[in-house]
Design a protein around this ligand. Structure first.
Ligand SMILES: [Zn+2]
Length: 133
């Protein structure tokens, strides 16, 4: 993974990553890659614009024991990612990245929903956490 700017990192397979302050983790799109969905990028590493919007679904990291047991049971029954549509189990981060700003849409499940904030500087050295490259 390389540094494109203080805000963006890239991966060898055409990925572009930024740090999401709503999820406190990196998110990734692919632009100019050879497979999977591709986003348009204005090629600006300091004030990037990506289109269309980016939707990231994840697994809640704060499930209580009851929800965790329900999740394990449901996962045996529903063996695909639609299980994450259940708000007890899944998270949503849905953003527009425009001119270096992150616009969090109303379907986000974290505290920055409906807010617009600048993309933060990348908070950690790349080797301090694991990203599959
Ligand atoms: Zn996010």
């Amino acid at each position: 993974m390389g540094a494109l700017s203080s805000k963006l990192r890239n991966s060898t397979d055409g990925g572009i990553l930024w740090w999401c302050p709503g999820c406190d983790e990196a998110h990734r799109i692919s632009s100019g890659g050879s497979s999977g969905p591709q986003w348009r990028w204005n090629q600006d590493v300091d004030k990037p614009t990506f289109t269309p919007s980016v939707l990231v679904r994840g697994i809640r990291q704060d499930m209580n024991a009851e929800d965790l047991a329900a999740y394990d049971a449901e996962r045996k029954r529903i063996q695909d990612s639609s299980i994450l549509n259940d708000p007890r189990f899944g998270t949503v981060c849905h953003v527009f990245i425009t001119d270096g700003n992150i616009q969090f849409l109303g379907d986000c499940t974290h505290s920055l929903k409906n807010q617009t904030v600048p993309i933060p500087d990348w908070p950690r050295r790349p080797e301090e956490f694991y990203i599959q490259d």
